[in-house]
Design a protein around this ligand. Structure first.
Ligand code: AKG
Length: 258
């Protein structure tokens, strides 16, 4: 898949509605491994840091399992991100959003995933990979139609009177304008609902963590060129004049990152 194969109706739906759903981009085998890696990471984090404000949410998922790292290589993710944001786009944040039985999570507050409103300009997109079907019972994401077009957030009454649910299934990919006002629901079932969420930004913006410095050789080795770009390997700052004057193919900050 490449940017050219994206249907114009998808782009229209992203521009007008603020989001689009690409069906069945992950197969059962991959979903199974992603769930296992995520559940292990959740358990480890709850032991290491049980009291954080967002307990149960895993940060920097690409460093917590090879399949979660490989997601950054995914052809559909890259094609849509390049087409809707920038061919040089990078990860701002990569985390999970799980809803445990009987509860919401940190994402259940009414929020946007980008604090800036710049009319007619997208600086960030959000991507959600549901690892379980999203249903009204297990907390399918609420969103306020067309709210990506307005500068301020609605109040709770306006939001919940007009919100709709995102009808995604496991293996789909939801891509949304990060200004779309949304909230995870509450899981009223007795089974956990998992998802992975990636926020992408333009290449000249800062990432939430210094991924290029944090990444291990082992993780770097599972990434293709797209995955490496996503991590931020093409927008590292030179730390010396020697690095600045390296031949262009070896420079940490590659030219043309717009
Ligand atoms: O888990 C969800 O349903 C919503 C996730 C979310 O709020 C986010 O990615 O910002």
């Amino acid at each position: 898949m490449n940017e050219k194969s994206i249907d114009a109706s998808f782009i229209r739906s992203f521009d007008e509605d603020g989001f689009l759903i690409v069906r069945s981009v992950l197969d059962e085998g991959s979903i199974k491994i992603l769930r296992e890696e995520l559940e292990t990471a959740i358990e480890e984090d709850l032991i290491a840091r049980p009291e954080t404000f967002d307990a149960g949410m895993v940060h920097n998922c690409m460093f917590r399992g090879k399949e979660m790292a490989r997601l950054l290589n995914h052809a559909a993710l890259n094609a849509y991100a390049k087409s809707l944001l920038s061919e040089h786009c990078i990860v701002y944040a990569y985390q999970s959003s799980s809803l445990f039985p009987g509860s919401g999570n940190y994402g259940s507050r009414i929020h946007v995933d980008c604090p800036r409103f710049i009319e007619g300009y997208v600086s960030n997109i959000g991507v959600i990979f549901p690892l379980d079907d999203f249903t009204e019972q297990n907390g399918a994401t609420f969103y306020l139609p067309k709210s990506h077009l307005r500068p301020s957030l609605p109040g709770e009454d306006e939001f919940f009177e007009n919100a709709q649910r995102i009808p995604a299934r496991k293996g789909d990919m939801i891509v949304f304008n990060a200004r779309l006002v949304h909230a995870a629901g509450e899981n009223l079932t007795d089974k956990v609902r998992h998802s992975l969420t990636i926020n992408l930004c333009r290449p000249y913006m800062r990432q939430r963590f210094d991924f290029a410095r944090m990444i291990s050789k082992e993780t770097l080795d599972v990434l293709n060129d797209d995955g490496k770009r996503m991590i931020g390997m093409n927008v590292r700052m030179p730390s010396s004049l020697e690095e600045f004057y390296l031949p262009s193919d070896q420079r940490p900050y590659k030219p043309g990152q717009e």
